[in-house]
Design a protein around this ligand. Structure first.
Ligand code: ZN
Length: 202
């Protein structure tokens, strides 16, 4: 399956001249939610991710996503794995498990995002789940921005990666983009104007 082509077709992988949430400029941008706009495509991607997780022999009882970005990916992955789907959400700055969702002591939980950038939200979700006594067995995302290293790819994580190296990160593809300082951006030098995409891009 050509993941990059699927992201392009769905309008999730953009080419042009963008201002990232960090303030840096890039010729590419991932609008992750767009790839999940078509439920059939979401199902296809989640099935592929579930297959990798199963083949790695990871036992999962529950998928937990950090809201809002991870919810659809998490739900689809839970369906593909045949397990429960829950999410944590931000309430006054901190992530919490709300809405009557519970985890049991020792329950095997996989944290799922739509995209892992530095993994900050996924790590926060994992910390809450573990504080409630459950066990975080792995992390997963449809796409990986290349700061963290994903299962099956022999590459050191970059300093920006916040995920623990003791647990696997499953993802379908690495999306590493050129990133420029605005003062030294070749696209700016060519005279094009950088645009800010719709969201934070994670
Ligand atoms: Zn620029």
């Amino acid at each position: 399956m050509n993941i990059e082509a699927i992201y392009k077709e769905s309008g999730a992988l953009l080419s042009g001249h963008f201002i990232l949430s960090s303030g840096k400029h890039s010729p590419n941008y991932l609008q992750s939610a767009k790839v999940l706009e078509d439920p059939k495509r979401a199902e296809l991607l989640a099935d592929a991710l579930a297959k990798i997780i199963k083949e790695a022999g990871i036992e999962v009882e529950t998928v937990c996503a950090p809201a809002l970005g991870g919810v659809i990916a998490g739900y689809e992955l839970a369906r593909a794995l045949g397990v429960r789907s829950i999410f944590v959400e931000r309430k006054g700055g901190a992530m919490e498990l709300r809405r009557g969702f519970e985890v049991a002591k020792g329950e095997k939980v996989l944290i799922c995002e739509d995209i892992i950038t530095t993994g900050g939200s996924a790590l926060e979700a994992a910390t809450i789940i573990e504080s409630l006594g459950a066990e975080v067995v792995a992390f997963a995302a449809l796409a990986n921005r290349g700061f963290c290293s994903r299962y099956g790819i022999d590459k050191e994580p970059k300093l920006e990666c916040k995920l623990p190296t003791t647990k696997p990160l499953f993802a379908l593809e690495d999306f590493e983009f050129e990133i420029y300082d605005p003062s030294d951006c070749p696209l700016c030098k060519e005279g094009s104007e950088a645009v800010k995409p719709g969201s934070r891009g994670n």
